[in-house]
Design a protein around this ligand. Structure first.
Ligand code: NAD
Length: 495
């Protein structure tokens, strides 16, 4: 019998009212059931929001440094349990152990950053235009935060949202992806163990439409922070406008790596392999396009296809695995659909192209690393997010053309250029339409203390990570103290 997990609502671990559950399976071996989790809906969301609302007053009045101290303890517990959390994450979503260890580490880094932010919730003091008057701005928590997350970074992404929400004094209703409910459950257990008031952190498992929709529509939820696909992000943005909620959206990407003819090709090769096939291509920052200078095309493609062909597929818990499985059959189907589209559009399949079911991979959602060449900028495989181990290669003849091709998508998350020409590097930093640009590094690899997010249809202008995210989770209040003892009318009595 697989273990039965629960929601955390109103300070208690409880089943869904209906008693219904869903299974969480290991994508490297779908016969392994990791656990069953409650299939929740609006009733559970209502109870969770009520709990978070009830806990809000006491939590907002807890001094911010004290709130931060609890997050430091969260970081300590996560550090002590890092390997165990990472192994379970690999079992539930497939990426290799090195990467799940990195995912947990990003959560730890975010915890320690957030802990100190409790002592740094700066406002401003500025001079008044009137005599004997004092002006300042202070930051206030907003209320109940609805947090909706994807499965590809099951620990890092929830921590990017929930730590700043909590340290700023908000309470939380957390709806994790249904492919990674175990990591979410462990995370909430740790928050409670460290001292977050149990009613302030609520966890509701279930499907997006069943749990996410009522959360977004709820009139007592003050903000939504969502990471996921652009199509769902747009629908959330529309629904949330009915209650004028604050909404942060981190959405899809179609990231590209440019390799110019003066680049260090060995370095660029390591970058594109890691960027395109790390996390089996299921990263929002994955390298989905290689924009390659014609002068180095033949040499680089030979290097790339031979290295990509030698990547070893397997269970992410095995130390000799380079590429783990995809998360589920739906992801395989999406990738297969795009491979069909690429062929129909006239691109050439240079490597891979099929699901992989050999040997130890027989019962898992594995897919061959796949490379398309002869891709042109207007093809769908050059512009749309695939979210799998598929790389589209486009050829260019100049730096200017490379930038034009790179910008030719509705997304704008991450980007990269390999060149030793400092002028090209600086022009790329200026002209690439993306929230993130790497010079001589792959498109993937966020750091907890740097702002993270994208432009165009990758988001709605907010950032996670670093100092910027704290703006999202607080309201600014302007405070005026008039100690003149008389009525002073701004703009009237002084001019
Ligand atoms: P998804 O949009 O299908 O789901 C994301 C979350 O939203 C899940 O928890 C899901 O259950 C929930 N959801 C689904 N439908 C909903 C609805 N109607 N209302 C409310 N919630 C709903 O995305 P996914 O497949 O889990 O993740 C992959 C996508 O996420 C990719 O597009 C990827 O680029 C994107 N992503 C973006 C970032 C970023 O920071 N920009 C990071 C990671 C992933």
């Amino acid at each position: 019998m697989s273990k039965r997990y629960q929601n955390h609502i109103g300070g208690k671990w409880i089943d869904a009212v209906s008693g219904e559950t869903f299974e969480n399976r290991n994508p490297a071996n779908w016969n392994e059931i990791i656990g069953t989790f409650p299939s929740s809906g609006a009733e559970e969301v209502n109870a969770a929001v009520e709990s978070a609302r009830e806990a809000f007053d006491a939590w907002r009045l807890t001094p911010a440094p004290e709130r931060g101290d609890i997050l430091r303890r969260v970081g300590d517990i996560m550090t002590a349990r890092k390997k165990e959390i990472a192994s379970n994450m690999t079992r539930e979503m497939g990426k290799v152990l090195d990467e799940t260890m990195g995912d947990v580490q990003e959560g730890i880094d975010t915890a320690y950053y957030a802990a100190t932010e409790g002592r740094r919730m700066f406002g401003h003091t500025v001079p008044s235009e009137l005599h004997n008057k004092f002006n300042m701005s202070v930051r206030r928590p907003i209320g109940v935060a609805g947090i909706i997350t994807p499965w590809n970074f099951p620990m890092a992404i929830p921590t990017w949202k929930i730590f700043p929400a909590l340290v700023c004094g908000n309470t939380v209703v957390f709806k994790p992806a249904s492919d990674t409910p175990l990591t979410a459950t462990t995370f909430v257990e740790i928050l409670i163990e460290a001292g977050i008031p149990p009613k302030a952190i609520n966890l509701v498992h279930g499907r997006g439409s069943a749990v996410g929709t009522p959360l977004v529509n709820h009139e007592n939820v003050d903000l939504i922070s969502f990471t996921g696909s652009t199509v769902v992000g747009k629908s959330i943005s529309k629904s949330a406008s009915d209650t004028l909620k604050r909404v942060s959206l981190e959405l899809g990407g179609k990231n590209a790596q440019i390799v110019l003819d003066d680049a260090d090709l060995e370095l660029a090769l390591e970058g594109v392999l890691w960027g395109a096939f790390g996390t089996t291509g299921q990263r929002c920052t994955a390298t989905s396009r290689l924009i390659l200078h014609a002068k180095v095309y033949d040499r680089f493609m030979e290097m790339l296809t031979s290295r990509a062909a030698s990547l070893r597929l397997g269970d992410g818990l095995q130390s000799d695995t380079d590429v783990g499985p995809m998360v589920n059959q739906d992801q395989i189907d999406t990738v297969q659909r795009y491979i069909g589209i690429g062929k129909d559009e006239g691109a050439k399949l240079a490597l891979g192209g099929s699901p992989y079911r050999e040997g130890a991979c027989a019962d898992g959602w594995f897919h061959e690393p796949t490379i398309f060449t002869e891709v042109t900028p207007e093809m769908r495989i050059a512009k749309e997010e695939i979210f799998g181990p598929v790389l589209s290669v486009l050829t260019i003849n100049s730096f200017e053309e490379a930038i034009q091709v790179l910008n030719n998508t509705k997304y704008g998350l991450s980007s990269s250029i390999y060149t030793n020409d400092v002028n090209c590097a600086f022009k790329a930093m200026r002209d690439i339409e993306a929230g993130i640009t790497y010079i001589n590094g792959p498109t993937i690899g966020a750091e907890a203390h740097m702002p993270f997010g994208g432009v165009k249809e990758t988001g709605n202008g907010h950032r996670e990570g670093g100092w910027e995210v704290y703006e999202f989770y607080t309201e600014t209040k302007s405070v005026f103290v008039d100690y003149s003892g008389k009525l002073q009318r701004a703009q009237i009595d002084n001019y």
